[in-house]
Design a protein around this ligand. Structure first.
Ligand code: CTP
Length: 447
């Protein structure tokens, strides 16, 4: 019996796939189809595959062409499979020509002519092309713009900036650059807001009132009422409002949470997060500072994320120790937040214009998780135990600092009409609440 194997993602199966499978089957007597696992796709740069692995497997099964379906999970697996299943022929479409010649050492390699004029990417692109307006002055927007190019289903409609000096890399690429927020809303289906935080509430509200979906950099609002008002407005209008915190979308960070929930380090007794960055310059001029992100706004939401996601939001006490650069406008140079839970503590240290080791440590009754700096965009962490031989290291590919996954998830939410699962509303609400307490100087020691 001649055994044939072929691999693919098979997202939203189309006749190009079917034709390939039929011809692959005709090469022998028994066809094995390897469907790529979601994580493996991510490492291959396919980050916005529309269907889940089980849906894609089901679709292949429904064609009735495959004799056996397997899952492709890791680099190099093809060699293992060819040996394990005693394969005679490996085949894929001609778009891969030359790429798999190395498999000739194990079996015959056949490239089949790819069907012209159809691909999963095209179907995805047609299905959803959200016109996204980008709002703000921060140089971080250069990265966001670049990342939109990796996510199909997004077309940048323009940039809204009143001072595009930091955006030199993208202003020439954007179809429109305008100071008018109304104009950008007019041109867009959705907006990504990264303006200075005290503009967020008004800008989000305006966008929602005009029927636009919103991805807004955290903090979305400065208190719970504002946040709830915006959230209710989005719901009433059937729009997506998502807090932009790229860390929540990093695979390593997400897996770390699952391991904590599964009890890998026992009961969590403390979460310690440090986030700092140096500014190009720190001017003490009020007008200048009014246009900058303070330590708490730049880093507070990110540093609080693991605290609230791991320990929850029912803490008993919270204390701030803050060094203000300008107290009148609540611009802090650095802030330390201590939280007390019934059976755990947390500490958050943030500084914009300060440098420290940006690590995350989650301590438990059996061991601890160590995430090295910069933990908020890590692809790596360790679980450490009393006996170092039991320590485990975990690596997960992170593309585009998580921004790419964040954008892909936003598009998915718009399309499905369902809110993102990455950041609970409770967590967002509590972040807004901490901002409120900070601005009210509640439980605060000023140094
Ligand atoms: N294929 C084909 N003809 C097409 C599309 C795909 O023969 N028009 C083949 C590919 O060469 C591969 C298999 O079908 O052997 C699975 O391809 P996959 O990457 O899942 O599909 P694409 O439509 O190419 O997906 P994408 O657009 O995401 O790259």
């Amino acid at each position: 019996m001649k055994k044939v194997i072929t691999y693919g993602t098979y997202d939203m199966i189309h006749y190009g796939h079917i034709r390939l499978l039929e011809r692959a089957k005709a090469l022998g007597d028994y066809l094995i189809v390897g469907v790529t696992a979601d994580d493996f796709d991510k490492t291959r740069g396919k980050i916005n595959v529309h269907q889940s692995l089980s849906e894609r497997i089901e679709a292949i099964r429904a064609t009735g062409i495959a004799d056996e379906i397997i899952v492709e999970e890791y680099e190099g697996q093809k060699i293992d499979d060819i040996r394990k299943y005693d394969i005679d022929i490996f085949t894929v479409g001609s778009d891969w020509k030359g790429h798999f010649d190395y498999l000739n050492a194990y079996c015959k390699v056949v490239y089949l002519e790819r069907t012209e004029g159809i691909s999963s990417s095209e179907i995805r692109e047609k299905k959803r092309s959200v016109k996204l307006g980008i709002v703000g002055n921060d140089k971080y927007l250069n990265k966001v713009f670049t990342e939109t190019e990796f996510v199909n289903g997004i077309t940048v409609s323009g940039i809204c900036s009143d001072n595009p000096v930091n955006l030199s890399k993208i202003v020439n690429k954007a179809p429109v650059v305008t100071e008018s927020y109304d104009e950008i809303l007019e041109l867009s289906d959705a907006v990504y807001i990264h303006s200075i935080p005290n503009l967020h509430y008004e800008q989000v509200k305006k966008a929602l009132l005009k029927g636009k979906h919103v991805l807004c950099e955290s903090p979305i609002a400065y208190n719970k009422q504002q946040y709830l008002e915006l959230f209710d407005l989005a719901k009433e209008k059937g729009l997506i409002l998502t807090e932009a915190l790229r860390t929540a979308y990093s695979t390593a960070y997400h897996r770390l949470q699952l391991l904590v929930s599964a009890g890998k380090i026992g009961e969590v007794v403390s979460v310690d997060a440090v986030c700092t960055s140096l500014l190009d310059e720190v001017k003490k001029d009020k007008e200048y500072l009014k246009k900058e992100w303070s330590s708490i706004t730049a880093w507070g939401p990110t540093a609080l994320l693991p605290v609230f996601q791991i320990l929850g939001t029912d803490y008993k006490d919270i204390r701030f120790v803050t060094n203000f650069i300008d107290e009148e406008i609540d611009f802090d140079g650095f802030t330390n937040i201590s939280l007390i839970y019934p059976k755990a503590v947390a500490s958050v240290k943030v500084g914009n214009g300060v440098k420290s080791e940006g690590q995350l440590i989650i301590s438990g009754t059996n061991g601890y998780i160590f995430v090295p700096a910069p933990w908020w965009k890590t692809d790596y962490f360790e679980i450490r135990y009393e006996n170092p031989t039991e320590n485990k290291r975990y690596f997960y590919q992170l593309d585009g600092e998580g921004i790419r996954y964040e954008l892909a998830d936003f598009i998915k939410s718009i399309e499905s009409g369902k809110d993102s699962l990455f950041i609970d509303k409770e967590v967002s609400l509590e972040i807004a609440n901490v901002m409120d307490m900070f601005v009210g100087h509640k439980n605060m020691t000023i140094i």
